[in-house]
Write a protein that binds this ligand. Structure first.
Ligand code: ZN
Length: 302
């Protein structure tokens, strides 16, 4: 039973089409190990060769979501009260741009964020894992589409807000993904993307040991090429960049408390605070950490 693990190697950058690629890293902390290419033109990094679709699907079985697989999602259902603190802080920020309407969360997982958003928005979710989508459908009273964003059934310009929190790095085809966001989002609508910024010093300093290199992460963006994609394919005009998170430190500290079990765990607050403050600063044109959230407003033809 020899199932293929990888596809054939790509010779072009999936963002800008350049053939100037270099071997950047071999990630051997996982089995099987995988390789990362880096584009010399736009500095995009991506897994190359990428996983065979069947192998990729096998990474997202139920054990991934329950936090039991070697490579896992942290199960939001275990600490719902504490997770909600951050979701509410994010919603508050979103509402400084758009107060009501249709909100789509891409990669909605178990639907926790949508459930919080229901108070203000009519909510929609996309989730490729049937296991997580089924749970989200039951729990969140949102319309959930189980599959990839590109196949979702909602009409053009039907969304006022689209969120993709730690999702862009998982998607196989960035251009079709961002194009679909552009199709679904109404003019003047808001898109929220959280992913790591590979031009930040954190990613540069840690190199191939950076913890963001994971089997399920297929694309590694930076602040420049992510904005380029959003501008070109989703018609995003205005950008607001937040470092660390788009809300203050307090919600992060309160959320972290959910995983504390001993008094000494409170020391972690110091670490979280230091990281949060460090995230705000630049040196030689690069941010010190790689924690980035981009808010973008779609062009509104006058
Ligand atoms: Zn490129």
């Amino acid at each position: 039973m020899d199932q293929p693990v990888f596809q054939t190697r790509q010779e072009q950058c999936p963002l800008c089409g350049s053939t100037a690629l270099e071997e950047h890293c071999t990630i051997d902390r996982f089995a099987p190990e995988f390789k990362i290419s880096r584009c010399k033109e736009c500095h995009h990094q991506f897994i190359n060769p990428t996983w065979h679709p069947d192998y990729l699907a096998s990474l997202y079985q139920a054990d991934y979501f329950r936090g039991r697989a070697e490579y896992s999602y942290h199960d939001e259902r275990k600490n719902l009260h504490f997770e909600q603190i951050v979701w509410r802080a994010r919603l508050k920020k979103i509402q400084t741009f758009i107060r009501h309407g249709n909100l789509l969360d891409i990669g909605c997982s178990f639907g926790g964020f949508l459930k919080s958003a229901n108070r203000y928005f009519t909510t929609f979710g996309v989730e490729p894992s049937a296991y997580a989508a089924e749970h989200a459908q039951k729990e969140s009273s949102s319309q959930i589409f189980s599959g990839y964003l590109e196949e979702c059934p909602w009409p053009k310009h039907s969304m006022d807000v689209i969120t993709a929190i730690e999702v862009a790095e998982h998607i196989p085809e960035p251009i079709s993904f961002f194009s679909k966001i552009g199709t679904l989002l109404r003019p003047g609508g808001l898109v929220v993307i959280q992913t790591a910024d590979f031009s930040g010093w954190q990613a540069l300093r840690e190199g191939c040991n950076y913890h963001y290199y994971l089997p399920g992460h297929l694309h590694y963006f930076n602040r420049e090429n992510l904005a380029f994609l959003l501008r070109k394919y989703a018609d995003i005009e205005y950008f607001y960049e937040f470092r660390g998170a788009e809300f203050g430190l307090l919600p992060k500290l309160r959320k972290a408390r959910g995983s504390f079990s001993a008094f000494k765990d409170y020391l972690r607050w110091g670490k979280i605070s230091a990281y949060h403050f460090k995230s705000q600063f630049m040196w030689k044109g690069r941010y010190l950490t790689s924690a980035m959230v981009l808010y973008g407003i779609k062009r509104n033809p006058a």
